[in-house]
Design a protein around this ligand. Structure first.
Ligand code: AMP
Ligand code: MG
Length: 330
């Protein structure tokens, strides 16, 4: 069975083709880059609509299949930006009805976890998912993917990006902050906010910007920003690992590119007696293969949808999704 998955929650329009054994036949994406500032949802959606055809053709061609070979369509129904979600959903519905094949809505955050489990062989990880649009600590428990901790305001990737923009670094800011942080020497105290199991990064971001305006050294500030944000992420992940007694930790999302964060999580995992996994970067970011694979899992386990049940859900929470493919197996 072949599933074609469409990703379109935010800046990426992606199409992936995956077979029912988990082989990724193709994974083609195009990323909208705003000329300045953050993502404008309507502009991103227009970008997706303009690129949908060529990304789709590219994925079919790279997979060396015919469109008529596709048995199932899946798409990212949320969480994400409304106009982007609706564009991807429209493409998915059109394809499913034209090909007369089933369609499955996929939760974007769960898809990040599932593609990592597929390719890394992690069976039951506590996952730290950190990107420009999301920050969650996710683990499977009692039939669902539960959110053990999450940001109460901005995602950690957004914290790095906005800080970078405010201090004059290019977008996306994460890699530039990481580069400068390596040359930082002095730790500058910044607001460290963990509330229960949840996180907050907006106070950290504004204080770091304020200190830069007051003449603080940029390298020291990048270093301190990373140390503070990442320590909070690792703290919450560690408590989730201790609570669930899981033996695997996985890191994914665009911020997974950061070697300092990897090092800190790796160390924590060792101390907790857990194995540490990071999927290859092309599978950590947003792409269609993760949507296709999660679509296959859902379809194989009896998830059925009619076209009229494929409304997008901008705030679709990870813990609202039934996960029949994992209920019988831990
Ligand atoms: P995504 O939203 O998954 O596409 O990931 C994009 C986010 O990852 C942006 O916020 C980037 O700044 C961030 N990012 C990319 N590379 C790095 C890095 N080396 N260190 C920290 N953040 C990064
Ligand atoms: Mg993502």
């Amino acid at each position: 069975m072949l599933c074609l998955g469409i990703e379109g929650t935010a800046h990426t329009f992606g199409v992936g083709i995956v077979d029912s054994s988990g082989k990724i036949l193709s994974n083609v994406s195009r990323v909208y880059v705003p000329s300045k500032g953050g993502i404008h949802p309507r502009d991103a959606a227009q970008f997706h609509a303009a690129n949908a055809r060529s990304v789709l053709d590219g994925a079919i061609k790279a997979a060396k299949v015919e469109i008529s070979d596709i048995d199932l369509i899946s798409f990212s129904a949320g969480p994400g930006l409304g106009p982007c979600l609706r564009t991807a959903a429209t493409a998915a519905r059109a394809l499913a009805s034209w090909l007369d094949v089933p369609i499955v809505s996929v939760n974007h955050c769960i898809a990040h976890v599932e593609i990592g489990r597929l390719t890394e062989g992690a069976r039951d990880p506590v996952t730290l998912y950190v990107s420009g649009g999301n920050t969650q600590v996710i683990a499977f428990d009692a039939g669902r993917y539960r959110v053990f901790g999450e940001t109460l305001d901005i995602p950690v990737g957004n914290c790095l990006d906005v800080f970078a923009r405010e201090v004059g670094l290019p977008h996306p800011g994460g890699p530039h902050v990481e580069r400068l942080a390596r040359r930082g020497k002095k730790y500058i105290q910044l607001p460290y906010v963990v509330k229960g199991m949840d996180l907050s990064f907006s106070g950290l971001m504004t204080d770091a910007v304020r200190r830069h305006r007051a003449g603080g050294d940029l390298r020291d500030l990048c270093f301190s920003l990373q140390e503070t944000a990442f320590a909070a992420l690792v703290e919450v992940t560690e408590r989730a690992v201790a609570h669930t007694e899981k033996k695997e930790v996985m890191l994914t999302g665009g911020v997974a590119a950061n070697s300092r964060l990897r090092k800190m999580l790796n160390l924590m995992s060792k101390e907790q007696g857990a194995k540490f996994y990071v999927p290859p970067m092309e599978l950590c970011g947003d792409q269609g293969a993760m949507i296709a694979w999660t679509g296959i899992l859902a379809h194989k386990h009896g998830v059925k949808q009619r076209l009229e049940d494929t409304m997008v859900k901008q705030r679709w929470r990870t813990d609202e999704v039934d996960v029949p493919w994992r209920e019988s197996r831990k």
